[in-house]
Design a protein around this ligand. Structure first.
Ligand code: ATP
Length: 236
């Protein structure tokens, strides 16, 4: 579904991505983990069209998408949930969710999807008429993910879904994402700083360090989680 080859990108003279190769197959849950400043957010920005790559190739559903604007990629089914709060804070939860479903014509299915999303993130149902800016950081994160799901993307990219969430909430969000993936086959590319939790969910884990993928393993190949830690901290 997504194939990235020798992708390079950066800011001014700073080389943030130094030749990334990465692929995501349909219905997989793929993680990119790495320490602060590794280039994780930059990679998602480039793939989602928010930032132009210097060189290399990005293919989505077999079409080269380098340099295409984010709105177009969004329409084609590639949606980014950026790091932090990306909701409209002065609108209500309901209005934010409505924006997610705006481009859809299948209003009946949309109703059912909305119901599913609200079952997945029950706090959003409780706060449906409330102003989104009054939600906690973690609740806003759930709203951002829920809104993206309603766009029915083929591939949803999420930048640090655990950011600012209490441990129990992280487990819940991940359980919801896993259930969504199992039910709908939605493909997920998720960026995380920590390797904790991800092994239960991941079909593939990529460790990004200093703008390079230093390890990429299918779940069947990760016998010992220490392997990931070693790649993460640079011992391999
Ligand atoms: P974190 O986990 O801290 O969010 P990250 O892995 O997402 O880190 P990036 O945000 O992609 O890392 O940053 C990669 C490199 O690019 C870092 O050296 C960072 O300082 C630099 N960088 C990121 N954004 C910009 C920017 N807008 N202008 C200049 N340099 C930037």
């Amino acid at each position: 579904m997504l194939q990235i080859s020798n992708l390079k990108a950066g800011y001014g003279r700073l080389n943030a991505l130094r030749g990334i190769d990465l692929s995501v197959k349909k219905s997989e849950i793929v993680f990119i983990v790495g320490p602060n400043g590794a280039g994780k957010s930059t990679l998602l920005k480039v793939v989602s069209g928010l930032m132009k790559p210097w060189s290399g190739e990005i293919r989505f559903e077999n079409e080269v998408i380098n340099g295409q604007p984010p709105e177009r990629l969004c329409r084609e089914g590639l949606v980014l949930v950026p790091e932090g709060r990306s909701i409209f804070s002065s609108l209500t939860v309901e209005e934010n969710l409505a924006l997610g479903g705006m481009g859809r014509r299948d209003k009946d299915v949309l109703e059912a999807d909305l119901d599913t999303v609200l079952n997945t993130f029950p706090i959003l149902r409780e706060r449906i008429k409330g102003v989104a800016g009054h939600l906690s950081g973690g609740e806003q994160q759930q709203l951002a993910i829920a809104r993206a799901i309603l766009q029915q993307p083929a591939l949803i990219m999420i930048d640090e879904p655990s950011l600012g969430l209490a441990p129990l909430m992280i487990d819940e969000v991940y359980a919801s994402l896993k259930a969504l993936n199992e039910r709908t086959g939605m493909t997920l590319l998720i960026v995380e700083q920590s390797t904790a939790r991800i092994l239960k969910l991941a079909d593939r884990v990529n460790v990004l360090r200093n703008g390079e993928i230093v390890l990429s393993k299918h779940k069947s190949e990760i016998g010992d989680p220490a392997l990931l830690e070693e790649a993460y901290f640079g011992y391999v």
